[in-house]
Write a protein that binds this ligand. Structure first.
Ligand code: CA
Length: 239
């Protein structure tokens, strides 16, 4: 099983932390909630609790992962419906589920999963956001997207609709791989070059997660920030 550690911080501007994470026996997840008065906290908490209950202890497979995501979607959707105080309730959700030398990924929203392998950082998920669609069409550069007025508009979320459209994928897990699950409070503020350097240089996931959150705070900390870091296999003592 990978070594993993997560850190979340409210940031320097927000008054509540609507992000959340899950670390549970080979099951890793990050959620970034949204919604009216305290709704975001409710959405991310319910989604993560439901996911853990549905998946913990089960043999990882896509059917089970999808059922877990759908259960989380249903719980958040039903909580938000008929409660005006929780209008717009929803959350992003990134899931990494370890199955021997394979990883199952579930993704909805604009939080991200990255992998560092052989010194190269790769984004394994595609943001479900308006600016990401514009970048793909060549209408916007990633640099301009960081400050675009619509940068927070997401095109898919968990719990905002009775129907869920998650992205599911799988990746081979190799010794030395390092994974990062993070909310946009990190990837929206810190350059990928810096994410790569911190992941590469850290001896332990604890150190990487601490440094990543610190980097987001130094960059302004304008949003809640969450970093969940997993290291596979032998830790490179040379780092
Ligand atoms: Ca956020």
């Amino acid at each position: 099983m990978m070594m993993a550690f997560a850190k979340t911080d409210c940031g320097k501007v927000r008054t509540s932390n609507q992000d959340g994470y899950l670390l549970s026996e080979g099951l890793y997840a990050v959620a970034d909630g949204m919604g009216g008065h305290r709704g975001g906290e409710t959405a991310s908490r319910i989604a993560l609790e439901t996911l853990e209950k549905a998946l913990k202890g089960g043999q990882p497979n896509f059917a089970r992962l999808l059922r877990g995501l759908e259960a989380a979607n249903r719980r958040v959707w039903e909580t938000g419906r008929g409660n005006p105080a929780l209008e717009g309730l929803g959350t992003t959700l990134e899931v990494l589920w370890e199955n021997g030398n394979q990883l199952l990924l579930g993704h909805v929203g604009d939080s991200r999963i990255y992998r560092l392998r052989s010194g190269h950082l790769e984004q394994l998920t595609e943001d479900h956001s308006m600016v990401y669609e514009m970048i793909k069409k060549g209408l916007l550069t990633p640099e301009l997207a960081r400050t675009h007025p619509y940068r927070n508009v997401i095109t898919r979320a968990l719990g905002t609709d009775a129907r869920l459209e998650p992205d599911l994928s799988s990746e081979a897990l190799l010794p030395g791989d390092r994974y990062l699950l993070c909310s946009d409070g990190l990837h929206g503020l810190v350059e990928e070059e810096t994410l790569c350097r911190i992941l590469q240089d850290a001896r332990l996931p604890e150190y990487a997660a601490e440094c990543l959150v610190e980097a987001a705070l130094e960059a302004g900390g304008t949003d809640n920030v969450t970093a969940l870091v997993c290291f596979s296999g032998e830790v490179d003592r040379a780092c």
